[in-house]
Design a protein around this ligand. Structure first.
Ligand SMILES: Nc1nc2c(ncn2[C@@H]2O[C@H](COP(=O)(O)OP(=O)(O)OP(=O)(O)O)[C@@H](O)[C@H]2O)c(=O)[nH]1
Ligand SMILES: [Mg+2]
Length: 359
């Protein structure tokens, strides 16, 4: 498969009349510190799904998903079939049974593996004692995506430690923590808030997935499992918005460093939408901009915005890309930095998907 058939991406500047340059530079690879990228080539190519392995290792950035705790493992297990894109998985947990359930290349057990409840601080110390193992699992990664819940022991304690290690290794470090439901109680929510703070201090980008916000956004009659389906979709959109537009070199690359500077600093919101038919661009963009995990107010105030569009390869029109950017610019601060990427997907031929990350 020609890699250009699979993905292309371009920066917002490519769309603006004042900066019509479309570069082919492999900027991502050039800005990352020297890493043992090729030495791990054989190992990595054996881990990716066959169609993508055919693309060639020179096109791949190394993306590592770190699944921490029970929810991190469950979400990551479901991510695998939904995101047909090569990434390695490292599972981290205090619970041996849970750990062994996660489809991962590497598993790091913290503590004795029993199911007793450990505090975030216990887990933090256990994770620090495993720093050499975590470091070796993440060495050479260009992007590290850390998926966990916050409010329990494992995710809350280990996610900030993993983030600090990934950050120190020079990887773009993205935390995607799931926050508890309000009915899980004040104590759990307080622990989650402290955990979010600790994570945000260490990761480059943190996109909190609030179960409370997702719950409120659904009709009361919706099945409860819809909340988990929504948080799953949120994480997939973060994945696509960050890894999907950078990690495969397309016609034009979105620079990893641009994403880092655009979204770094504060917590980041994620919104997404999709639609079909003649108004698909407008409808998908409006849904994404008004999404409860993003919030139109955050979008209006954002300093940095990352937009990505996905559509079937022959159906995506230049005009549609322009429409999305125009709608977004109408809401955003005039001097907001907006980066843009686009992927092809192989879903319904008429479907257009828009996701927006804003910080
Ligand atoms: N959105 C979402 N939330 C989940 C999912 N699974 C569990 N949760 C939430 O995650 C929390 C459960 O935390 P776990 O991940 O099991 O906790 P842990 O990090 O393993 O910590 P301990 O087991 O306490 O050491 C609860 O708040 C659940 O509501 C999921 O698939 N999606
Ligand atoms: Mg657990």
């Amino acid at each position: 498969m020609d890699r250009r058939d699979f993905l292309f991406s371009l920066t917002a500047s490519a769309l603006s009349a004042s900066a019509p340059v479309i570069g082919l530079a492999k900027t991502v690879a050039n800005t990352a510190p020297q890493k043992p990228f090729f030495s791990q080539r054989e190992e990595r190519l054996s881990q990716v799904t066959p169609p993508l392995a055919e693309i060639g290792d020179h096109d791949l950035l190394r993306v590592v998903v770190v699944a921490i705790g029970g929810a991190g493992g469950d979400i990551t297990a479901r991510l695998r079939p939904a995101v047909s894109y090569p990434f390695e998985t490292v599972a981290v947990d205090t619970d041996l049974i849970g750990l062994n359930r996660v489809p991962a290349q590497r598993r790091i057990l913290l503590g004795s593996g029993g199911q007793e409840q450990l505090s975030p601080n216990d887990v933090r110390l256990l994770a620090k004692s495993k720093a050499p193992e975590i470091t070796s699992a993440l060495a050479g990664a260009d992007i590290v995506l850390i998926i966990s819940s916050l409010g329990g022991g494992a995710g809350t304690g280990a996610a900030p430690v993993v983030a600090a290690i990934a950050h120190d290794l020079g990887a773009l470090t993205v935390g995607v923590p799931v926050l508890p439901f309000p009915f899980e109680g004040l104590r759990r929510n307080q622990i989650a808030a402290a955990g979010l703070n600790a994570l945000a201090r260490r990761a480059d980008i943190v996109v909190p997935i609030s179960n409370a916000d997702l719950l409120h956004s659904l009709p009361a009659g919706a099945p409860f499992s819809d909340v988990f389906a929504q948080s799953q979709t949120a994480i997939e959109n973060v994945y696509w918005g960050i890894a999907g537009v950078t990690a495969l070199q397309g016609l034009v690359s979105v620079d990893l460093e641009d994403i880092r500077t655009t979204l770094a600093g504060t917590t980041t919101g994620i919104g997404w939408g999709h639609s079909q038919g003649t108004s698909r661009t407008r409808e998908a963009t409006q849904s994404a901009m008004q999404h409860p995990l993003l919030g139109i107010d955050r979008l209006k105030a954002a300093r940095g915005i990352q937009v990505s569009i996905r559509a079937e390869r022959t159906s995506l029109k230049i005009r549609e890309i322009n429409d999305v950017m125009t709608a977004l610019r109408a809401e955003a601060q005039p001097d907001a930095m907006i980066i843009f990427g686009a992927n092809y997907h192989e879903a319904s031929p008429d479907m257009l998907e828009v996701s927006i990350l804003a910080a």
